[in-house]
Ligand binder design. Structure first.
Ligand SMILES: [Zn+2]
Length: 117
């Protein structure tokens, strides 16, 4: 199926449409907040806020797991969103917390860092 618009126009329109989504993460040319944190911690926060954490769900999707087990130890499906409010995580966290890199975000990333997520 051919796109209606030329590829460069289609990309621009798609980018603008994505920007209109209710997402606290803003596109910019600067490093996101938290760049002065320990590298492993900042990496985990960035993975969490961009939806590419090494969750069991993503590992199955990316075909890095031999088994089809995408369940968290709590029993729920372990997705990026799940990590923010999993009952195993002592801190509840939101996407806004991750965008601001506040204490909730740091505590959540510290917790999941133990699981190499
Ligand atoms: Zn869980």
């Amino acid at each position: 199926m051919e796109p209606k618009d030329p590829p460069d126009q289609a990309r621009l329109l798609r980018w603008r449409a994505e920007e209109e989504l209710d997402d606290p993460i803003q596109h910019n040319q600067h490093l996101p907040p938290g760049k002065d944190l320990q590298w492993e911690l900042w990496k985990t926060i960035n993975r969490l806020r961009t939806g590419v954490a090494r969750t069991r769900s993503n590992m199955v999707k990316w075909d890095f797991n031999n088994k089809e087990d995408d369940k968290c130890e709590c029993g729920e499906r372990q997705t990026d969103e799940h990590l923010l409010n999993c009952t195993m995580n002592p801190t509840q966290c939101t996407k806004n917390d991750l965008a601001q890199v506040n204490k909730n975000a740091i505590d959540t990333a510290t917790h999941w860092l133990q699981y190499k997520i």
